[in-house]
Design a binder for this molecule. Structure first.
Ligand SMILES: [Mn+2]
Length: 491
């Protein structure tokens, strides 16, 4: 065989090897490797629309919607008649909340494939959302939005005689009430709506009095536990309390956002956390995550869960309460905690964070958006976000931010990690995630961090998932599990 032929044969076998590996990854749900192999295939042939489209699907599966959108767009640049490309671009835009753009692509798919039932369904679903949003905008501009609280008459809500669940004591959350409520939820029973409303109205009042940047001081001997995303995994939340003790004045906690969505028990998680906030307002802390927002709750399950278990009106009140969750917390002027991460521009100060008017849905850019959405990256500088919102920031960005604000390090959450936590940027950027076996399928550990006033050194504690799949089965079948509601669709 000539040398040229040899080169061609080996190149071809590598090439086909890559593609076979890609397909294996898809069938094994190993999307990270599928991305790697399609990237290799694209290095060899960068004009193949199918590879871009397939990598786009893998990005959708790993929730890198920004990258998914870029790949679908690229596939269409290469071949504007490639229908799957339109479908992928629509799915990406849908996940990013860009419904009008999604609708346009679904229209194209439906026009070319009028008999595709699935595409028609997606088109109708998207069309409904676009119309609903237009309607909401029309009413919003007509009147200043009133609070749900003003239309409630909680005093006169009656608790039926056959309800034998927990009740607030003289309208107050007590430790006894909390213990009873946690047991009640454990048995998958519903808290009376009057009690749920009482908690919500009171916690709105407490949260609205807090600054956007909460500053606390730990004394030498004091310790705080920082937890990351919990995402409606109620049984895992109970497990944290079992392992690490119930919250109390001497056992303070900070939960770093993303309490709801995805898991089937978001209501149980959030009512438990709000209850403890009312019981220990100075020793139990909550920060807002990107999932404590209307767009996310609509797509990832919480809105549906509240409507199924209670009412649309109660969801409205949740939405109002979420808007008052603080955005960041500083411990002993040295450790800054936020859900997402640092900023799209240098020069942001703690004073800027104090000044954020947070009582709103987060904007598409700026410090409030970044606090909820950004992610760290290993390389210096900043790059476009894989999620399509905010940015990714490198170790040099972290270094400059910490220097300017005289801080030691940041703690953030927002990304699932195999070990439950990850230390990056030379120890200056720590990720903590507390939803083990995320979505009943990731196989990851959960973790929480202990910080002591004496040295502020992070001490990591890992834990594994309790068996929640049995509990979530019934809801799963009802379509309430957001792993089902998730906007990632297979075509
Ligand atoms: Mn998040």
């Amino acid at each position: 065989m000539s040398l040229n032929a040899l080169i061609i044969v080996s190149a071809l076998s590598f090439y086909f090897g890559v593609i076979v590996q890609c397909d294996v990854c898809f069938s094994d749900k190993d999307y990270e490797n599928a991305i790697k192999y399609y990237s290799e295939a694209l290095e060899l042939n960068s004009s193949n629309a199918i590879y871009y489209s397939n990598r786009s699907l893998a990005y959708l599966r790993t929730e890198c919607y920004g990258y998914a959108l870029a790949d679908a767009t690229k596939a269409l640049e290469i071949d504007k008649n490639y229908i799957k490309g339109y479908y992928r671009r629509a799915t990406s835009n849908m996940a990013l909340g860009k419904f009008k753009a999604a609708l346009k692509d679904y229209e194209t798919v439906v026009r070319v494939r009028p008999n595709d039932k699935d595409a028609r369904m997606k088109y109708q679903e998207c069309n409904k959302i676009v119309k609903q949003k237009a309607f909401e905008r029309a009413i919003a501009s007509d009147e200043i939005k009133k609070s749900v609280v003003d239309s409630l008459d909680i005093e006169n809500m009656t608790i039926e005689d056959d309800y034998d669940g927990p009740k607030l004591e003289d309208g107050k959350v007590t430790l006894t009430f909390m213990k009873e409520m946690m047991d009640w939820f454990k048995d998958q029973k519903k808290l009376h709506r009057k009690c749920a409303y009482q908690i919500l109205v009171q916690v709105k009042d407490v949260l609205s009095k807090l600054p956007s940047l909460v500053e606390i001081t730990l004394k030498e001997a004091e310790k705080i536990t920082i937890c990351g995303d919990t995402h409606g995994q109620y049984y895992d939340l109970l497990n944290i309390f079992k392992l690490n003790g119930l919250p109390s004045e001497t056992n303070p906690y900070l939960f770093n956002g993303d309490f709801v969505d995805r898991g089937s028990f978001s209501l149980e998680v959030i009512l438990t956390l709000f209850g403890f906030k009312l019981l220990y307002p100075d020793n139990f802390h909550l920060l807002r995550g990107n999932h404590e927002t209307d767009n996310m709750n609509q797509m990832y399950g919480f809105e549906g869960e509240v409507k199924a278990k209670y009412t649309a009106q109660m969801f409205q009140l949740f939405s109002e309460v979420f808007q008052w969750l603080p955005l960041a917390q500083c411990i002993n002027s040295k450790v800054l905690v936020m859900h997402g991460g640092l900023f799209s521009e240098d020069g942001v100060t703690l004073e800027d964070l104090r000044k954020i008017e947070r009582n709103r849905q987060p904007p598409d850019s700026g410090p409030m958006c970044d606090l909820l959405w950004s992610d760290p990256q290993p390389q210096n500088g900043r790059s476009v976000s894989k999620r399509g919102v905010s940015c990714q920031f490198g170790p040099d960005v972290t270094e400059r931010f910490l220097d300017q604000n005289k801080l030691d390090y940041i703690v953030r959450s927002h990304e699932v990690k195999a070990e439950g936590y990850e230390v990056t940027h030379s120890g200056k950027c720590i990720t903590v995630f507390s939803a083990p076996n995320y979505c009943d399928q990731m196989g990851n550990k959960g973790a929480y961090i202990h910080l002591r006033g004496s040295d502020l050194k992070p001490e990591f504690h890992q834990f594994t998932a309790v068996v929640s799949i049995l509990y979530s089965k019934s809801l799963y079948l009802l379509g309430l599990s957001s792993c089902v509601v998730s906007p990632i669709w297979l075509w």
